[in-house]
Design a protein around this ligand. Structure first.
Ligand code: ADE
Length: 593
């Protein structure tokens, strides 16, 4: 309910017109109110953010609170049940604040409904239990009499008969082997939600605070009560008011997918709210948030074994998904969540929708939206997404983890990334990365997808490393000899000058540092340690890391050059440069990605 109050003391006088009109309540719960509003059609200056000022109506003179948002909607949390609150909002532009909007009054949801609904629930459970039991007895008698007891017949079947396929929703399913069902194959997508997700009574949910923003609305943290069980922390994805039927379906698709999974390394769906507003998806709460920002925040804090433990968890979740036939398509550290025990879980499901939501995804010439840096070449070129393309992305996640959240290929443009990959360039080992792990990454990045390891192989490999930690002691920077066979050497790009090299890793700003310190040839930098890099004035840890990683790769190349002869090196370098130039000219004309 909304009541508009005109208050002349804060009406638009003095600081320009209010840029906020028609504040609307999207939904309420006992302790939260979701608001959205329209901004002025043509504000004189771009709106930077909004300030929402609010207070309990009865306490007007005592105190008020405020919150900010960059978008014209917000969820105000931490409110009292059945209480009237007054809100007014102002916009901030480069020239300062606009006047406040008019005041709007909204009331939070009713606390009593919780108990009433609990009692109601108990009654429903008892009635359902009695009814259900009677129905079960009647059904069993019917099945026994008509001889249609499938489970009994199946238990008497020979194993080869049991393996015969069944068809559900157009999908082939083997008895006993779980298969993923694409919710888009349902004629009625709402049915898919009901089949795979539990409906939750909203009175069991307590929203506590907003922790992020998704494509469809805010993501909040809160608590979920289940009768007879301990309250659990949850994350709640909400669907913003004013949605279309298509947006509702796209929003709930993620729940229909997640509800089919049951694995300790996949984010668990608790249930959905679809029968009342707001529509919500409730999932387990992961205390440490997304893996990329978690690692950036704790740069250098973990042992290699801890990092490998995280990678093992992700590989295990991905093996489960590939076993049941689900292809993720957007596997990246930003889509992995971390709990307070450092357990990593795969999240963000929803097929094409996820890519719309992902800020890293950009349009390709074929019109698809793809997170280029994480995606296998065949998926970029002709949309061949498969578990093998997920393995490529997993290799990139390994690199993100071992570099504590560094951006893959740094500031290279998407176009340069595609060309470099085609040229055979692969990311060098991050600083402090065991050789065995970088070898596994390079294995995941094989151009030929059938040559990449499967998740099962990756898990087996990581388990072996964990059981035998001494295998992780050899770091890439310690390798001073080349592999036995030259084919084993990754095809890294070759550089002819320090300037070329620094440009390629987007560290051009340090050219003068290298020159001033007397490093003028590639040979001279190949012996540099992290301390040397620090000493010449590279103070940012991320930059030190990037430079040292690349030096390790250069060291291998230089060894290779020394063995195979300088002339051959220069020839192959020239060939490569010419080829790249040719391709760049061609791509420039096509105006590709
Ligand atoms: N952000 C998005 N989903 C989350 C979750 N399940 N737990 C914590 N933060 C999240």
């Amino acid at each position: 309910m909304c009541r508009l109050i005109w208050d002349y003391s804060t009406s638009p006088i003095g600081c320009g017109p209010s840029l906020v009109a028609a504040v609307k309540k999207d939904w309420t719960t006992q302790n939260a109110i979701a608001l959205s509003w329209q901004e002025a059609e043509q504000p004189h200056a771009a709106i930077r953010d909004y300030e929402i000022k609010y207070y309990e109506k009865e306490q007007e003179q005592l105190s008020y609170s405020s919150t900010r948002t960059k978008v014209p909607s917000t969820i105000v949390t931490g409110l009292k049940p059945s209480t009237a609150y007054v809100f007014h909002i102002r916009a901030r532009t480069a020239t300062g604040y606009s006047s406040y909007s008019s005041k709007f009054e909204f009331i939070t949801g009713d606390d009593d409904s919780e108990e009433a609904s609990d009692q109601g629930q108990v009654l429903v459970i008892v009635t359902a239990a009695v009814g259900g039991f009677s129905l079960l007895v009647i059904l069993t008698l019917f099945l026994l009499i008509t001889g249609r007891c499938q489970w009994y017949i199946k238990s008497k079947m020979k194993p080869q008969d049991k393996r015969r396929t069944q068809y559900q929703n157009g999908h082939v399913a083997f008895p006993g082997i779980k298969t993923y069902v694409d919710p888009d194959t349902y004629e009625d997508p709402t049915q898919a939600v009901h089949d795979f997700a539990k409906e939750i009574d909203p009175s069991r949910i307590r929203i506590e605070r907003v922790i992020g923003a998704g494509e469809f609305g805010e993501v909040c943290s809160g608590r979920l009560r289940t009768p007879g069980k301990k309250e659990i922390p949850v994350a709640i994805k909400t669907l913003k008011g004013g949605y279309t039927e298509r947006q509702r379906r796209d929003f709930l698709r993620e729940a229909s997918i997640m509800g089919q999974f049951d694995n300790p390394n996949i984010i668990r769906l608790e249930g959905v709210v679809t029968k009342s507003r707001p529509v919500m998806i409730v999932v387990e709460y992961m205390e440490n948030g997304s893996l990329d920002s978690f690692l950036r925040k704790h740069d250098g804090h973990f042992t290699v074994i801890q990092l490998v433990g995280m990678l093992r968890g992700i590989a295990s979740g991905m093996m489960y998904l590939s076993d049941i036939g689900y292809v993720h398509r957007d596997l990246a550290a930003r889509n992995i969540l971390v709990d307070d025990n450092l357990v990593c879980k795969v999240s963000d499901f929803g097929l094409s929708r996820v890519l719309e939501d992902d800020p890293e995804a950009s349009y390709t010439t074929t019109g698809g939206k793809i997170p280029i840096r994480w995606t296998a070449p065949e998926a970029i070129q002709y949309r061949k997404f498969s578990s093998a393309s997920d393995v490529w992305s997993y290799g990139i996640v390994m690199w993100e983890v071992m570099s504590y959240g560094e951006r893959p290929y740094w500031e290279m443009s998407n176009q340069d990334v595609i060309l470099s990959i085609e040229e055979g360039y692969r990311l060098p080992a991050p600083m402090g990365c065991p050789v065995a792990l970088h070898q596994l990454m390079v294995h995941c990045w094989q151009k030929e997808r059938s040559r990449r390891p499967r998740f099962h192989d990756i898990l087996g490999f990581l388990d072996k490393l964990i059981r035998n930690p001494s295998s992780l002691l050899t770091l890439v920077e310690d390798v001073h000899s080349l592999p036995e066979s030259p084919e084993e050497l990754p095809d890294y790009p070759l550089f002819i000058s320090i300037s070329d090299w620094l440009d390629s890793i987007k560290m051009s700003q340090y050219k003068s540092n290298f020159i001033a310190a007397g490093y003028t040839t590639l040979d001279s930098i190949s012996g540099m340690s992290i301390d040397d890099v620090r000493r010449i004035g590279v103070s940012l840890i991320g930059h030190q890391r990037r430079i040292v990683s690349s030096i390790q790769t250069l060291r291998l190349q230089i060894l290779h050059i020394q063995q195979s002869g300088f002339h051959q090196y220069v020839r192959s370098f020239r060939d490569k440069k010419e080829k790249t130039q040719e391709r760049e000219n061609r791509v420039g004309e096509q105006n590709c990605v």
